[in-house]
Design a protein around this ligand. Structure first.
Ligand code: FES
Length: 171
């Protein structure tokens, strides 16, 4: 039995998500539950958190791990306040995203996957985000930043530092 305790709000939300599926298909709520649990836990899904989800869904922990480690939107270590997720699939690569990632890493003084010493930024490569026509692009929170250039990246980082960047869409 897991020692982890979710907040009342999170438990209620999980119950609503599970109720959308037949009793023997509770696992269908897994992707959304992972998002909800991650959001309430500093954007990091630890093993104990994933074990708790498995317990709630009456599935094996491995069934949670295999999903949570497959998709890049789930994090298993701290990501920093602003995680710059660059698409590094072919169309974005052809438009120079790798150079832009190198540029960004150098500018922030990190390697890909690392968080800056002040905990503000991380740079991550992810698979196609479905905005290939706007390559090269990155995702920050709920928003896409497209047709990237070094100048646009400079401005985005400055805006983040100034607290001017929205992370969550109001839609
Ligand atoms: S290849 Fe980058 S968004 Fe599709």
């Amino acid at each position: 039995m897991s020692e982890i305790k979710f907040s009342e709000r999170l438990n209620e939300r999980i119950n609503v998500l599970i109720s959308r599926f037949p009793e023997d298909k509770k696992k269908s709520a897994l992707l959304t539950i992972l998002h909800e649990v991650q959001d309430e836990n500093n954007h990091v899904l630890t093993v104990p958190l994933m074990d708790k989800i498995a317990e709630i869904l009456s599935i094996k922990p491995i069934e949670v791990y295999e999903v949570a480690t497959f998709y890049s939107m789930y994090n298993h270590k701290p990501i920093g306040k602003y995680m710059l997720e660059f698409c590094h699939t072919s169309p974005c690569c052809q438009k120079g995203v790798e150079n832009l990632m190198d540029y960004t890493c150098k500018k922030l003084g990190v390697e890909q996957g690392q968080v800056t010493a002040d905990g503000m930024f991380a740079v991550k490569g992810v698979e196609c985000l479905g905005a290939c026509g706007y390559a090269p692009m990155l995702q920050l929170g709920d928003y896409f930043h497209e047709f990237l250039t070094p100048e646009k990246i400079d401005k985005l980082i400055e805006d983040c530092k100034a607290g001017k960047v929205e992370m969550i869409s109001k839609v």
